[in-house]
Design a protein around this ligand. Sequence first.
Ligand SMILES: Cc1cc2nc3c(=O)[nH]c(=O)nc-3n(C[C@H](O)[C@H](O)[C@H](O)COP(=O)(O)O)c2cc1C
Length: 243
Amino acid sequence: MDSGIGDRFQTGTKYDRDRIIRERPERGRRPARHKIYSDVEKIVLPEPERDGGTPLWRTIRQRRSVRNFGPEALSLPELSQLLWAVQGVTGRINAFALRAAPSAGALYPTETYLIVNSVAGLEPGIYHFDAENHALACLRKGSFAREASAAALGQHMAARAAVVFLWSSVFDRAKWKYGQRAYRYVYLDAGHIAQNLALAAVALGLGSCQIGAFFDDELNELIGLDGENESVIYLSVVGCPGS
Ligand SMILES: Cc1cc2nc3c(=O)[nH]c(=O)nc-3n(C[C@H](O)[C@H](O)[C@H](O)COP(=O)(O)O)c2cc1C
């Protein structure tokens, strides 16, 4: 059977009893655990709720992809709650932070960026989520709704949503431990994160949809990522459901 790059990836990253030992990577210096943008404007987010909320079974039952959004803005507490559900710090082992979504080896290679179209009290622009400080770093101000939609293969929901969540992976963080096998795990990690967002959106009476179809390097350029060491791998949009 003809094998394309996906087939070769799947075969080439399999563990077998020989390979798991043979391919254990040489561990050099550990990459930084998370990104901090210095010398940019920081917005400390409101404290998220850590208890209560909409019952879980109902939330799971009600989740559907929402692609039509009304003009209503998200509130800052709603955005804060969504970000906490996505990657908030929910535990610590000594100084080491554990996050809301699981991550292979607790390496947390995923970074969260936002294209904010409409959030009350927050200027439209591009932001990075600093999970340790539950804060946003402002990377660029301005409306990027048109660019977001164009980069998502013209899907209008990226322009109409209140917020576009972009998840990048810093591949070396996971490759440091898992070598090439890390490329499986970074996508699994992002899936967990996106599901947390989808459920949190329902719990807040909001709608969301995942987006896997996008021009990778258009988004990398928008955010300022090199696309090799760190690249956008997944998106979700969130907003108030429209009629
Ligand atoms: C990895 C992934 C990528 C997706 N990409 C898109 C997308 O680019 N555009 C879109 O409209 N929906 C996208 N979706 C949403 C699916 O189409 C949707 O989940 C599916 O039709 C099932 O419907 P439901 O989410 O309402 O249960 C994606 C979902 C996943 C899990």
